[in-house]
Design a protein around this ligand. Sequence first.
Ligand code: B12
Length: 485
Amino acid sequence: MRILLVKPPPHLKTVLGLQRFQRLEPLEFGYLAAAIPADHEVGVLDLRLYRFADYVFQRELARFRPDLVGFTAYSHESGTMKRLAAIVRRLLPKTRIVVGGHHATVAPADCNIPAIDYIVRGEGCAPFAALVAALNRGEEPEGDASLLFAGERFDQEAAETWPRYPDPATIPIPRRDLWDSRHYYCVWVCENPRNWQVLFPRVAMARTSYGCKMTCSFCIVPFLSGKTHQPRLADVVAEDLARIEADHVYFADDENFIDEQFGFELAEALAKRGVKKRYFAWARATTILHYPELMHRWKGIVLDGVFVGFEFVTNQELKAVHKGGTVSHNERAHDTLRRLGIACHAAFMVRPEYGHTEFQRLRDYVNAMPPAQCSFTVCTPSPGTPDYVAARPAFWCGDAYDLHDCMHPLTPTTLPLREFSAAFARQVREAAWRNPLRVERHPIRPWELARVIAAERRYDRAFQQLYRDYPRELWDWPGDSRLSA
Ligand code: B12
């Protein structure tokens, strides 16, 4: 069969701005392609790479004439994904269309439209392999909680059951030959940058585990993983990483080090194989404090940076979201990382209810922090969770999936939206000065400096103009009010 796997382009300027700093591989397609027999012809079309994405998409459909088209999408890309699916239906009526990925997992009912045939939820390898095998035999697949039919056979009950991750030992090593790795990069943070260090290296993505044991109330991961953390086999991950050409690896785990034993096993397996890369990982502050030896071991195999969810700057807010950690944990974890020479990416959230006082408090906190790469999102309930259902009546614009990038408030802001955007933009802009790459003031290649400045401008503008992504009536709407309609 000819199978085309498509990643839609984002439409929000916030996400386009983010993409100036990092664009990571479509790893999900590497997994799917590895799960099916090699005699199928698989093409990957990453539409994030093209300016005229619709044109490229239609040209590829005409050239490749796929038997099956698979789309992936986050919620903010779901509208585009559905539009592209309708194009396939119109141009190639006999082609089957399957969607998978995060949006299909958390909001399957939203994918139940005439332009879509099948909806895969959760980890996609087994259901995708079953679908391809059935279609190849000219049959329909068996449906279950991971593989739903769209249309009359849509199973509402199955759609309301969370699919569970399979045993990681059953997951293949992803194929990485389906895209050109030179297209993927990330601004690479580290604590003690060298002079003239490359700021935007070529970066590969890899996953060593899925899930997290914790139950922070704002996070979708406990729903996806059933509150479990499941590592892949250390030797298999080492083999996967050994096949990567790029020197820099960005992990796509939910939590890399929460299983101490696995963390050490993987470090050993990588060292034994002589895999020499630089890594960026994800860890909770409490994990870093519990396992400083593990962090030290990973620094030895060159862990450059760790994404740490600081979330909020008051214990009251942390407690309210069941973070299981305090401001002091965050600060001590930051300190531990810095003493090891590992850069900290501190991720904070703001709330739609924030007024000038709360923004000021956050700005003061971040401006007084030791150097860290910081990012800011809006605390947003995830589709598919009870919190989302509870918040939905207060949403300003319907289901708002197209605005669901965790940077757009979905419920009314206390500040008028335009002012909220300005305060949010100011927060992002000022925090950029705390980045270790900036604080250290090491010489940067002029063209990379120009690239960073251009990216920062674009990102800043996206936040300042965030209000423009909403209906005009809301731009200067006094806080608390809702668009009735
Ligand atoms: C790593 C990661 C990133 C990376 C980029 C990943 C990438 N590929 O570009 C970075 C850090 C850049 C990032 C950025 C963002 N992210 Co992110 N990210 C993740 C994380 C932690 C893992 C995703 C991942 O890559 N997993 C590894 C791959 C292999 O697995 P997978 O994508 O799930 O794919 C499997 C299945 O879903 C399925 N599948 C996937 N596609 C398809 C297609 C078909 C046809 C089939 C059959 C199956 C299938 O099979 C795959 C193989 O097993 C998730 C959390 C999570 N646990 O999902 C959040 C998550 C996906 N991100 C999220 C968000 C919101 C964002 C941002 C918008 C956030 C922001 N404000 O910065 C940006 C937007 C980036 C963009 N370009 O759109 C949300 C999505 C929420 C939603 N409802 O859409 C999540 C769930 C986290 C959260 N906050 O809740 N992210």
